[in-house]
Design a binder for this molecule. Structure first.
Ligand code: BTN
Length: 322
């Protein structure tokens, strides 16, 4: 019904359509029409409404276009197939399902909105309609499972570089893969893997970027911790261009990783890190311990010098900058 309503209003672009006509043509009550209009406003559509005249469509939000992404991208392998959903529970679920049914490496799943977007540690990921980039990329690197943290760091570097290239904003990486601007999180990465024995079969790299969200688009409890590219740069970012820039950066680093291993990625990650050489609070097992983040080891684990002088290696977990 939402799509039919948009089509109807588009047919009469520039002129009013009465609530009565809309309810007749859509076969529903005027209250139902009014509820749909309210729903569309939340999705970025703008209307003028006037008593007795009805509604006039003024502006439609920018929508992503899968074909445009496939043809605009410069990457060759990544993004050669793009599946776009208007609304889905989680692009991770869709990508995991696709890979189970044989989708090739480089397949990208994007959604305008996620109803159950998930973050690390089972946290929810706020994914409102049309304002962010919520995407999952299928990769099939032939590496041992133990090397997976390296890929996490690789994705974070690609993302930070793409944001810089497209918007000019500098996003620092908080280990392992949070992107921060001014101490607040603008983007998060979630890697989900499937292995057989010690070998990785495939992984799905889930990336969430808060692109064009205004402060009021975040729930109150996130205001102190989350930000968006719009808030930081004051400009609306072209989401398709940013997706293409990410695919390009990702492909460049992925090829480099296959040729030269993790060492060059590690150097790039260290240069973008906001964690290294900083006092941090880390959860080791079920305890929080304080120490100095010293570096990244050859597998991608964070090395922390604890207060008692011992070193802890973290492969996953939570780090708080002090
Ligand atoms: C985190 O920082 O905790 C990771 C957030 C990852 C969010 C992205 S949005 C696209 C993909 N689909 C999901 O459900 N999660 C990831």
């Amino acid at each position: 019904m939402t799509e039919q309503l948009i089509a109807l209003l588009r047919e009469h672009l520039g002129s009013f359509v009465s609530g009565e006509q809309l309810s007749r043509e859509l076969g529903c009550s005027r209250t139902a029409v009014w509820k749909q209009i309210r729903h569309l406003k939340e999705r970025g559509y703008e209307f003028e409404s006037a008593p007795r005249k009805g509604y006039r469509l003024l502006k439609t939000p920018e929508r992503l276009d899968a074909n445009a992404i496939v043809s605009k991208r410069k990457a060759k392998l990544l993004g050669r197939s793009v599946k776009l959903y208007d609304e889905i529970d989680s692009t991770q679920n869709a990508a995991l399902e696709l890979v189970r049914t044989g989708a090739p490496e480089g397949t990208l799943v994007i959604a305008e909105q996620q109803t159950s977007g998930r973050g690390r540690m089972g946290r929810p990921w706020h994914s409102p309609h049309g304002k962010g980039i919520w995407m999952s990329l299928i990769l099939k690197p032939e590496i041992p499972l133990a090397y997976t943290p390296q890929l996490t760091l690789l994705v974070a570097v690609a993302l930070s570089r793409a944001i810089k290239y497209e918007t000019g904003a500098s996003a620092g990486i908080k280990w392992p893969n949070d992107l921060l601007i001014g101490g607040r999180k603008v983007s998060g990465i979630l890697l989900e893997t499937h292995a057989e024995g010690e070998r990785l079969q495939h992984l799905v790299a889930g990336v969430g970027i808060s692109v064009n969200l205004a402060q009021q688009d975040f729930p109150e409890e996130l205001h102190s911790r989350a930000t968006s590219l719009l808030i930081e740069t004051g400009k609306v970012t072209d989401r398709e261009a940013l997706i293409c820039a990410f695919l390009e950066q990702m492909e460049e680093l992925y090829v480099l990783y296959h040729k030269e291993g993790f060492a060059p990625i590690r150097t790039l990650w260290e240069a973008l890190s906001v964690t290294l050489n900083r006092p941090v609070r880390v959860n080791v097992g079920s305890n929080w311990t304080e120490g100095i983040a010293e570096g990244i080891d050859e597998l991608g684990a964070l090395v922390v010098r604890l207060e008692n002088g011992e070193r802890a290696k973290l492969f996953s977990g939570e780090v708080e900058l002090r």
